[in-house]
Design a protein around this ligand. Sequence first.
Ligand code: ADP
Ligand code: AMP
Length: 215
Amino acid sequence: MSQPHILLLGPPGAGKGTQSKRIADRFDVEHVTTGDALRANKDMDISDLDLEHDTPREYMEAGELVPDAVVNEIVKTALENADGYVLDGYPRNLDQAEYLDSITELDVVASLDVSTEELVDRLTGRRVCDDCGANYHVEFAPPEADGVCDDCGGELVQREDDTEETVRERLRVFEENTQPVIDFYEGEEAFVTIDGEQTPDEVWADLEAAIEKRV
Ligand code: ADP
Ligand code: AMP
């Protein structure tokens, strides 16, 4: 059998990045994340698409969705080049979900469920390594030395969109645009909800078991 196709859904801060790394290692699949891809290409010129802004940066800094034409293309190219994947951060609206449906088939759709106030605490306390992208939290997953990455010694920084004001806007955008995506997959055989408010190890135990059952 070819490598599994796994979709990880959930609001910003639900732990998708944290758990995707474990999925990628355990099931030997590619981690495809639109957030990281866009952050690496924030100043890409998209003026030819004749949209409201000429680069992804303006959308991202405001906590808004980057237009579908840009993200769909990123995902199409990434999935074409992956033999098995865990997809994180996409689809974020129903049009993206329909596009995804037209280009691939999913074996597992796992949705991480976490309450809003917990999400605000997780996102405002998140720190990421500027060099290798490793993920920390000032309280829930602190590094050994303040501000320094355990893995590579790089500097830990706060994402520009992890301020409380932008976090609240991202959560509003999630409720409006992405919650319907979860409803879209609910009821499918591949779909499973995981309690994302447990410790990372507990979430992983449930997630690994749910994936093993379906692939
Ligand atoms: P997402 O990719 O869904 O936005 P992340 O994986 O980046 O979420 O996690 C957001 C923040 O919450 C990070 O700082 C991470 O260290 C922390 N975190 C992740 N999973 C948990 C958990 N189960 N309990 C507490 N904190 C967590
Ligand atoms: P994330 O790293 O998943 O929290 O995404 C950070 C930001 O990137 C989001 O707030 C959006 O501005 C943008 N982004 C990421 N994925 C998508 C997507 N699938 N569709 C639209 N915008 C996205």
